[in-house]
Design a protein around this ligand. Structure first.
Ligand code: FAD
Ligand code: 8RB
Length: 453
């Protein structure tokens, strides 16, 4: 059957989906609004990195790209906490050295995916933007961004990989109500950079995700292979200072950093230039009731479920979406059936990771200083040792396992309630009733399936 699937967007999910569908022998055309970044260089030369977790890596490995991706990745084995006062502290994510998240270069990862997709036969049309869609006639308006030339292209189905501002989603919404719900975060973000040390090399610990938690806001830094760190400040847009509105001038921004993140400021010689050049951007969670229009169009990745960044799972979730859609398209009778099954499978998981991403902001920016929180972590570790197949910390389920997000969320909620209850009013774990705790865990948490390495 000559199915004409048009993929909209050649970002992370579009490029990977093109690769998988082309390998299955589909004719694949991808339309990407932007220029081919392999020619011009990414983000104006800026190093933007992403945290790749087990579930995202598993999809890349299945596509045969594991070694190429990991070759230039930096392992992040824990949080390096930089408190307001006192020395930095390293909190490992796991006792198992294979359990780490990987900092990967967005541009390089996208190059790799595009090269592989083209090698598999996909045709990627850069400078081509989706405009209007005639869903009844199954024709899509594709606009050449260079000369505004417009073509109408016939399709069997449109696969929406066009990101948080999805044009396909807007077109679908004009045809049938998807019931979109946008939940903006009152905090925005700005990116900065720590350059390499004078003789090359890293100016702060290399194999860590750095966090400067400050209660109402935070600064983070992820390592790049070249010795640089991409730094992100998360802060309220407006209101009681500190907020972005009160830091419009670079002098105010520098004074704020000098008072709040003096150690980080000392590592950023280009602070003033970065602060003025890089925009302050917004964050939001997007939920849709419907992800597809029968067999004619489907949304995946950020287009379907943009999320907050605080669990580092947007790309990982998008890659899982791609793997699921590829499997369902191959296994179902037609695209209507595949898209419906895709939505049923993925929507509960997207909702769960969106909720967990929201929660993890609180956790990153202040919980680390709280003695009650630390006692719960201590108990969590002890219970995980006693029941390695049952009591697995939620962070581990999300980042180092492929447990469906919805199940991680559910088990995490149960575990957290137990931790809170068992440590309530306590200073330490002395005299805990381990027998009862063990019994409750055995009764309520079935063993998790063993995952392939
Ligand atoms: P995108 O990768 O955004 O791709 C969308 C593509 O569609 C783009 O190439 C765009 O040009 C194209 N497009 C848009 N409109 C049109 C149109 N009308 N016609 C044609 N093409 C169009 N996730 C993680 O898992 N870990 C992280 O650490 C992490 N860090 C992040 C850091 C930053 C600064 C940001 C912004 C995001 C981060 N994310 C991270 C989230 C992750 O980048 C996204 O979830 C992921 O890229 C989603 O993939 P996507 O394919 O849906 O969208
Ligand atoms: N999008 C990340 C984590 C969790 C780390 C932990 C958090 C920046 C935009 Cl904020 C953040 C994590 O709990 O210890 N893993 O990976 C990545 C994160 O931010 C990325 C760099 C980011 N994502 C818009 C900005």
């Amino acid at each position: 059957m000559n199915r004409q699937h048009l993929i909209i967007g050649a970002g992370l999910s579009g490029a990977l989906l093109a690769l998988l569908l082309a390998r299955r022998g589909h004719r694949v055309d991808v339309f990407e609004r932007r220029a081919d970044q392999r020619i011009k260089g990414y983000e104006g030369g800026r190093s933007i990195n992403l945290a790749l977790a087990r579930r995202g890596l598993a999809v890349l490995e299945a596509a045969g790209l594991g070694p190429a991706v990991l070759e230039r990745a930096v392992a992040m084995r824990g949080r390096q906490i930089h408190p307001a006062r006192g020395p930095a502290a390293f909190l490992p994510y796991s006792n198992d050295p294979s359990e780490c998240i990987w900092s990967v270069h967005r541009g390089r990862l996208n190059h790799l995916l595009l090269d592989a997709a083209e090698a598999a036969g996909a045709r990627i049309h850069f400078h081509h933007r989706l405009g209007l869609v005639d869903f009844d006639g199954r024709r899509a308006e594709i606009i050449d961004e260079r000369d505004r030339h417009v073509r109408w292209i016939d399709f069997t189905s449109l696969l929406g990989c066009d990101g948080a501002g999805s044009a396909l989603r807007n077109a679908m919404q004009g045809h049938a109500d998807l019931h979109p719900e946008v939940q903006p975060l009152a905090h925005g973000y700005k990116e900065l950079e720590i350059p390499p040390a004078a003789g090359g090399g890293f100016r702060i610990a290399r194999e860590a995700l750095h966090i400067w938690p400050r209660g109402g806001y935070m600064l983070i830094a992820l390592p790049n292979t070249e010795g640089t760190f991409t730094v992100t400040l998360f802060l309220p847009h407006k209101g009681e200072p500190p907020c972005f509105e009160a830091l419009e001038g670079v002098a105010e921004a520098r004074a704020f950093f000098a008072g709040t993140f003096p150690d980080a400021l000392a590592l950023m010689p280009d602070f003033a230039a970065d602060w003025t050049r890089h925009p302050t951007s917004s964050l939001a969670t997007l939920r849709l009731r419907h992800w597809h229009l029968d067999g004619r169009a489907v949304l995946l990745g950020d287009a379907a479920h943009a999320m907050l960044p605080f669990h580092g799972q947007g790309m990982n979730c998008a890659f899982e979406d791609v793997a699921a859609l590829d499997r369902l398209l191959a296994g179902c009778r037609d695209s209507a059936e595949a898209f419906a099954a895709f939505e049923v499978e993925r929507k509960p998981n997207a909702l769960a990771i969106q909720a967990m991403a929201q929660e993890n902001y609180q956790e990153m920016r202040d919980a680390v200083d709280d003695p009650a929180w630390r006692l719960q972590r201590e108990l969590e570790l002890r219970l995980a040792e006693r029941h390695p197949e049952r009591f697995v910390p939620r962070y581990t389920l999300v980042s180092f396992r492929r447990t469906p997000y919805a199940l991680a969320f559910e088990r995490g909620a149960w575990q957290r309630a137990l931790l809170a209850e068992a440590t309530a009013g306590r200073q330490d774990l002395d005299g805990l009733d381990w027998t009862t705790l063990d019994a409750r865990i055995r009764a309520e948490l079935p063993p998790l399936p063993v995952e392939p390495a």
